[in-house]
Ligand binder design. Structure first.
Ligand code: ADP
Ligand code: ZN
Ligand code: ZN
Length: 740
């Protein structure tokens, strides 16, 4: 091949042809970063492909050389990157950048080096031992030589710890008996923490069936490379993952485990370490740049075979990938909200296909998309419908909040009598309770009783959230914050009322209602750091707390055997969202929270407070009837032609000048319309449910259809290659998860 196609940071989504000089022939690979002349300067760019000839009519410039300071994209990931750029309508640069962690891409992070000491001259060392055997004055030197002789180089600090000071070391160095060298070491992820090893558990019948299927898949004996593992909470999905990974390793292949960031808890990591030792990479958002750099290199150099991590761990550069596990596959956090707006679950399916790896999607409440794929045979299905051992599923009851009527003056009725009694019951028995409300803050809105004024963020079309602790009003969308009003800014009345309720208020009220309970709250307002989080969990685990109050932060992956009661304060919150996935999310959340009750030997109880006790979603969730819910939800979606019966793309338009924005969005839609052949529906452009964020108006065009390839290509050109008026932003969100 004589020509390389290169993308360069300066130009958006454009490949440039360069001639490959004689000196580099045969050494270049796709994904390499090379130096190329560009205009009057030199730039770095990635090679995307090679060609025999170029369509360019001018004279081609030559590649200058291969970048030595910056990491290359592993060749086998480049095709995945191309596919992402295509499918998600983002630029090649955005896509390829995702394949490498920033810490690796920047070229600024360096491997960690330490100076170590080893025996430099073995013969001299042995001679010294022989000559000085009986000399007391040589005791230290003899000791150090004996320490170093077995071969493992030690740092000066390690020698000191063994009782040999620097002067002894330097004397031996001077005599050439000991030599010093610099070696690269990996930054240590786990520090001094140790975990008790675990061994595989004898599989239950369901687990055995799932594992047998996975084994066939690993041997390429099945019609699909994707398995939907639908297993209720406690059915032992994680144990299946562990044994599936073990089999992949035995076959000499490696494995990636994706979990939602929020459930990447020390508890989760411990289970993997217990089974596989410390030969695994854990990739979470709190790693330092140095740690991230080292983990990437450990994987790239083949030092580890397993990576556990959040979304971006999907791009771990394993070369002989055998297995990708996506746990909690229904989680919307697998969708990235910035470009490239990819879904890690869907890209996992694609990576599995490109690299011949098996993909397991696990969930207790699989997404409608995956259920449909299993129903049509695109995915294989394994079900695990009973909890392992005699762990009983919790007893779930609905409490009709309408029956409790309006609160007495000065009192609140956040807690029904039944819930209050149930919590006290647990306290009397020394058991623990979780109270769940998926909304933080003290109160949702500040309202003036005189004129009806409602405090809203001036830049976003949402009400402020009031925090009593900080006496502030803050906007959840843009994060701006002002001191809380003491009088109405409109009419001056001091009669201010707060409506709606968040976890902060629930905590305050619970303190009075459940006196003398020991209570802690867990939400993003109180959990500022990983330590906060660990501290509260540890106190709860030790039994120093009776009640844990929290948002969805407590819904995931926490196992506390002594929690026997979960109270869902207001199950209706999510249902009110203007989104066709609102029922699905509500069902998932209730199921997940309910799963926190009774993970020990005592049967748990879940109380769901609602003002919609007849609502189908709430009833199905209370009955834990996933099949029933899924059928109901799919029928509704089919009727309205929503995913999974169609593909959905949301095109977002943003700008401060509303009339210019509407004009542009309308023109854009008209330009796109010719590509919307039969079966494709364009709705909009119309104002998004949240009409304004940070002072920018938001319009949305919804596109639904079954065959979207052509339209996606047009959309890609229109969003990436067509000039957009100043102050306006447009982007496509393919397979949009959020429609707000
Ligand atoms: P899930 O991930 O489906 O919620 P887990 O894998 O966490 O379920 O299993 C739930 C509990 O049951 C864990 O404590 C686990 O150690 C235990 N467990 C799983 N499989 C078995 C088995 N085959 N035999 C005994 N205990 C098991
Ligand atoms: Zn007022
Ligand atoms: Zn705002």
């Amino acid at each position: 091949m004589a020509v390389a196609k290169v993308i360069i940071d300066v130009a958006l989504d454009q490949e440039f042809d360069y001639r490959i000089p004689e000196s580099l022939a045969g050494t270049l690979k796709v994904g390499m970063m090379v130096k190329v002349p560009f205009g009057r300067s030199t730039r770095d760019g990635y090679i995307l492909s090679f060609a025999e000839f170029s369509d360019y009519h001018g004279e081609l410039k030559e590649i200058i050389g291969v970048s030595t300071t910056r990491a290359h994209v592993p060749e086998h990931l480049v095709e995945l990157g191309r596919w992402m750029a295509d499918y998600y309508c983002c630029s090649q640069e955005q896509s390829i950048r995702t394949l490498l962690p920033a810490a690796v891409r920047s070229g600024k992070v360096k491997p960690k080096k330490v100076k170590v000491y080893r025996i430099g001259d073995r013969q001299a060392a042995e001679q010294f031992l022989h000559d000085n055997e009986t000399k007391p004055s040589a005791a230290l030197r003899i000791g150090l030589i004996q320490l170093l002789l077995p071969g493992k180089p030690l740092t000066a600090a390690e020698c000191r710890a063994a009782g040999f000071g620097d002067s002894t070391l330097h004397t031996l160095l001077r005599h050439g008996i000991v030599a010093a060298e610099e070696i690269t070491i990996r930054r240590d992820l786990f520090g001094d923490t140790r975990v008790m090893p675990s061994t595989p558990l004898a599989p239950s019948r369901d687990q055995a069936a799932a594992l047998e299927l996975i084994s066939k898949m690993l041997h390429g004996e099945t019609s699909s490379h994707v398995l939907l593992l639908h297993g209720v909470t406690n059915s032992g999905k994680t144990e299946v993952y562990l044994q599936a990974i073990a089999e992949a390793l035995e076959l000499g292949r490696s494995a990636i485990v994706l979990v939602p960031e929020i459930s990447l808890t020390p508890q989760t990591v411990r289970r993997f370490r217990a089974r596989f030792g410390d030969h695994l990479s854990v990739l979470h958002s709190r790693l330092s740049d140095g740690e991230r750099f080292d983990e990437w290199n450990r994987i790239n150099d083949g030092e580890v075979q397993i990576a556990v991590g959040a979304r971006s761990a999907l791009f771990a550069p394993f070369r002989n990938l055998g297995l990708i596990i996506v746990d909690e596959e229904h989680e919307s956090s697998y969708k990235q909200s910035e470009a490239p707006r990819y879904s890690a679950r869907d890209v996992a399916v694609m990576r599995g296909k490109l690299e011949n790896a098996v993909v397991i999607l696990g969930s207790a409440t699989p997404s409608a998309e995956s259920c449909r794929n299993a129903a049509t045979g695109k995915f294989l299905l394994a079900k695990m419908s009973v909890p392992v051992e005699n762990k009983l599923a919790p007893h779930i009851r609905i409490i009709d909040q309408r029956l409790s009527g309006p609160p007495e003056p000065g009192k609140s009725n956040f807690f029904s009598k039944m819930l209050i009694d149930a919590v006290f019951d647990r306290m009397n028995r020394g058991e623990q309770s979780i109270l769940f409300l998926n909304r933080r803050g003290y109160a949702r809105v500040m309202i003036c009783n005189q004129c009806g004024f409602e405090a809203r963020c001036p830049d976003c079309s949402v009400a402020y959230t009031y925090s009593k602790l900080h006496e502030t009003l803050s906007c959840h969308l843009c994060g701006c914050m002002i001191p809380a009003y003491t009088a109405c800014p409109e009419c001056g009345s001091p009669e201010i009322r707060y409506a709606g309720v968040g976890t902060e208020k629930i905590e305050a009220v619970a303190g009075a209602v459940f006196h003398p309970a020991r209570i802690a709250r867990m939400d993003s307002d109180t959990m500022r750091s990983a330590e906060d989080y660990e501290n509260v969990l540890e106190r709860f685990r030790r039994g120093d707390l009776d009640i844990l109050i929290g948002t969805q932060m407590i819904a995931k992956g926490l196992h506390f055997p002594n929690v026997t009661l979960v109270g869902i304060i207001n199950a209706d919150l999510g249902l009110a969202m203007p989104d066709f996935r609102a029922p699905e999310r509500t069902f998932q959340l209730i199921t997940q929270v309910a799963g926190r009750a009774g993970r020990g030997d005592i049967r748990g109880e879940v109380l769901i407070q609602t003002r919609n006790p007849e609502n189908e979603t709430i009833c199905f969730a209370a009955a834990q009837d996933f099949e029933g819910f899924s059928k109901f939800d799919l029928e509704f979606r089919e009727m309205l032609d929503y995913p999974p019966f169609s593909h959905l793309i949301a095109v977002h338009f943003r700008g401060e000048d509303e009339s210019a924005l509407v004009e542009f969005a309308t023109k854009f839609t008209e330009e796109l319309r010719p590509y919307a052949h039969e079966g494709i529906r364009l709705s909009g452009p119309s104002p998004a449910p949240i009409e304004r964020i940070k002072g920018k108006f938001r319009y949305m065009l919804l596109i639904r259809g079954r065959q979207m390839k052509l339209l996606r290509q047009a959309l890609r050109v229109l969003t990436l290659h067509r000039p957009v008026p100043r102050g306006i932003e447009v982007y496509a969100d393919v397979d949009a998860q959020s429609l707000l």
